[in-house]
Ligand binder design. Sequence first.
Ligand code: ZN
Length: 246
Amino acid sequence: MTFAPDSRTVTSVVASPNHDARGAKADILLLHYTGMTTDEEALARLVDKDSKVSSHYFVYEDGRVFQLVSEQQRAWHAGAASWKRATDINARSIGIEIANPGHEFGYRDFPDPQIDAVIALCRDIVARHHIRRERVLAHSDVAPTRKNDPGEKFPWARLAAAGVGLWVEPAPITPGRTLSANDSGPEIEKLQKSLARFGYALEITRRYDDTTRSVVTAFQRHFRPERVDGLADPSTIDTLRRLLAA
Ligand SMILES: [Zn+2]
């Protein structure tokens, strides 16, 4: 069963059976990397009935854009996920898989033709659906304990310069008080509350627990990619403060 592409940037439609009725308005744009050795393998999985996974779009390294699921349908790309306390992220998002072997199979820079295609596609989607800048997210943002895609090599600043996604210049990395595993107290509570206010799913435990470390890591991958270590250093905390104020 095929369908008409939703975006003029689409090169081909290759329909995936892995979708169902949406049941909510799409107000999140969610970006992934494929995390597989070859593009053929990645695409085959996203259209295989038995895999139960899909995405709306697939962007090759050479810039070709395939559409796999109509935007009207709920594609199955996010899995267990949460943002701003909403948990059915598939129902309220449009998902783009961006070809890259990922951290497991040789993570590499995203080539320019691919990023140009991602930007054109994203601009088209956010304009048609009126998706807010701060709701263009990484898979790792909505599933920080499970996922690390599209990762710290993804050029979020370039997307933001083209009007896609929220970005502030990261605060410079400087020495100073750094919160890390097993710390506890009011500073951790403040950090956890700020991360939760921004949208991340975490409990306010006042302890620098595993979830807090995962969320800080996800935050760094997206917003302070120069150093991804899961430690809340002054630059990380200040970058979060700048984003909340933006
Ligand atoms: Zn993903």
